[in-house]
Design a protein around this ligand. Structure first.
Ligand code: SF4
Length: 396
């Protein structure tokens, strides 16, 4: 029986197993699996919110707390700014006076914040186990092997790496070393236009690590076809592709995906259209192509928020993105009918690892002058990752 009124309102049936299943049992590659030992306060401690507020007040301007849109409500309440990964990294960089950046998000975001902030700023991730299943699907060794395959096939020279923000610093550095660019779900189209355009003159793009964002952008925004795209599987020799396939492709898509957005299906879209009259289906481009083509609108989390905020009262939306954000939008707009695109729970399990006990532990450690879980990127990696991030900032 549904006991959470917000989940009930957005049409979701909770399952106690959902957080465990996502990114663990169903997906062997999806967890960073890092232990995070520490003297955490008890989750049931009724003083958690008061302790977090007191620690934050004690730190004053020395701390700046960033909260990703997919974070839990109780954690996001302490964020100085909320946003997607790129906006948050920019916000961190714009606060040089903040000695400590506490990043309530996942590991690759904290790495990007460390790269973009000054040497005197420290970035803290409250739980080191907060990784990203998609980022973990492309290791530095695998990507170097892929480049070797392209070199051997004689196609590396005309290939431009384009790397989604949701990737490790090492993959961003690979991209910078090979004169590519980082992109977000908001500017993937501009990134591909740049890669194929007069400035870079690429013959093909190696798109890392999310095949769906790459495919949806290439076909949906640049007018390519399925035949222009191949999928490079890092577990197979030569990515499972022939030399001809590598040479003829315009898009070499890495075989990676988001465990959360990958759950939405064409059936979910058909089912919700039958259930909610007049519904607008609004999905993130990390969803599969079949979902994006069946939807009415597709865009980044920032776009989804803007569309829902701007819609008139009485509008109906079925939203295909992380559940914490959909719940928050439903609570913010009681005059609109907002439902979740799936009928079952679909939280990002790693985002949800940042909880109040970890936040309180991280903040109180800073007050004591004993920072925990500092995220640092090695200087040589940071140098080339910054080059790829700067190229993204320079996109038209
Ligand atoms: S929602 Fe997907 S891409 Fe985003 S952090 Fe979670 S697993 Fe990674």
């Amino acid at each position: 029986m549904t006991t959470n009124p917000t989940l009930e309102r957005i049409g979701v049936t909770p399952s106690p197993l959902a957080l465990l299943l996502l990114g663990q049992g169903t997906d062997a590659d999806s967890e960073r699996g890092v232990d995070c030992p520490g003297a955490l306060p008890a989750a049931a401690d009724p003083e958690l919110a008061g302790r977090a507020a007191a620690a934050k007040a004690a730190l004053g301007d020395k701390v700046f707390i960033l909260g990703h849109h997919y974070q839990r409500d109780d954690v996001i309440a302490f964020a100085d700014v909320t946003g997607d990964s790129f906006k948050l990294a920019q916000q961190a960089a714009a606060r040089p006076q903040a000695e400590h950046i506490v990043f309530c998000g996942v590991h690759f975001m904290a790495e990007s914040a460390d790269i973009l902030t000054t040497a005197t700023q420290h970035v803290v991730l409250p739980d080191l186990a907060a990784g990203c299943s998609m980022a973990d699907m492309a290791s530095a060794e695998q990507v170097e092997q892929a480049w070797d395959d392209l070199l051997e096939a004689g196609v590396a020279e005309g290939t431009v790496p384009v790397t989604y923000m949701n990737s490790s610093a090492a993959i961003k550095a690979f991209t910078g070393r090979h004169d590519g660019t980082v992109c977000t779900s908001s500017n993937a189209q501009q990134a591909l236009n740049w890669a194929f355009g007069p400035e870079r003159r690429g013959e093909r793009v190696l798109f890392l690590p999310d095949q769906h964002l790459g495919r949806n952008t290439a076909i949906g925004e640049l007018g390519m076809t399925e035949a222009d795209c191949v999928v490079y599987d890092p577990r197979r020799r030569n990515g499972g592709l022939t030399v001809d396939q590598l040479r003829d492709a315009k898009m070499i898509l890495w075989k990676g995906h988001c465990s959360v957005h990958g759950r939405f299906s064409r059936e979910c879209v058909d089912e919700v259209r039958g259930r909610v009259p007049g519904v607008t289906v609004l999905v993130h481009p990390e969803c599969k192509r079949e979902v994006v083509t069946a939807a009415d609108l597709v865009g980044s989390t920032e776009y989804i928020i803007k569309v829902v905020d701007a819609a008139p009262a009485g509008s109906a939306f079925a939203i295909g993105t992380e559940l914490n954000l959909v719940q928050r939008l439903a609570n913010r707009h009681p005059d609109k009918n907002i439902v979740f695109l799936d009928r079952t729970v679909c939280f990002c399990s790693t985002m949800n690892r940042i909880d109040m006990p970890h936040l309180v532990w991280a903040l109180e450690s800073l007050v004591r002058g004993e920072p925990v879980n500092r995220i640092t990127v090695a200087p040589d990696v940071a140098h080339y990752a910054r080059k790829a991030l700067d190229q993204m900032l320079a996109l038209p």
